[in-house]
Design a protein. Structure first.
Length: 201
């Protein structure tokens, strides 16, 4: 039941914040202007990520007991949000954006201890830290950039992440990991709330 509330709250917060943020985006020039590489013919607000972060984080702050991993996740999201807003406003060089990604992933891995310690078809024993940490950094950076590369058509990146995190919800539920289940459901809710506007534009 808690996970259901997390989904609903995340979706509601995201959907409620997007309209005023869209108006503010135009006023403060947080827009994606059309060019020969873009499919849209008029400026499109680029501030939906703020609403999604607010939607996803709200249930976590309300119902999840903060621990090192949760804090590492939240701090990493905050770093990505800052660099994302900066990029939306100033069109950052790819090297600066990559630095932001490295910082966010570093916070999650080294502070939050969000590390891949078990890999399929290896054994039931954890892999050595000398392998686990570089693997975790590489995987998180890879996923982050994969989502960025998919962000071209309406609903593509959001739909892809909806399917991926939906599977994470099933895995979390199957092992009765309540904390992860609530976090994943909150992310699903924020994506659904965002897609309501993303695919209609």
């Amino acid at each position: 039941m808690l996970s259901f509330f997390a989904l609903i709250v995340a979706m509601f917060v995201t959907m409620m914040l997007i309209p005023p943020l869209m108006r503010s985006a135009v006023r403060y020039d947080f827009v994606d202007r059309p060019d020969r590489r873009k499919l849209h013919g008029q400026p499109v607000p680029r501030i939906g990520g703020v609403a999604m972060v607010a939607g996803a984080v709200t249930p976590v702050l309300l119902w999840i007991e903060p621990n090192q991993q949760i804090l590492g996740l939240l701090y990493g999201i905050a770093v990505l949000l800052v660099f994302g807003l900066w990029d939306d406003r100033a069109a950052l060089d790819y090297r600066v954006k990559f630095i932001g990604q490295v910082l966010a992933v570093g916070v999650a891995v080294f502070y939050g201890d969000i590390v891949i310690r078990y890999v399929p078809f290896h054994s039931f024993d954890p892999i050595p830290e000398a392998v686990a940490i570089p693997l975790s950094l590489f995987a998180l950076l890879g996923v982050t950039n994969a989502v960025n590369l998919a962000d071209g058509l309406d609903g593509l990146a959001g739909g892809t992440m909806l399917l991926s995190i939906g599977m994470l919800c099933l895995l979390a539920y199957s092992v009765q990991d309540t904390g992860l289940f609530v976090v994943a459901m909150a992310m699903v809710g924020s994506i659904v709330g965002f897609l309501r506007y993303n695919v209609s534009g």
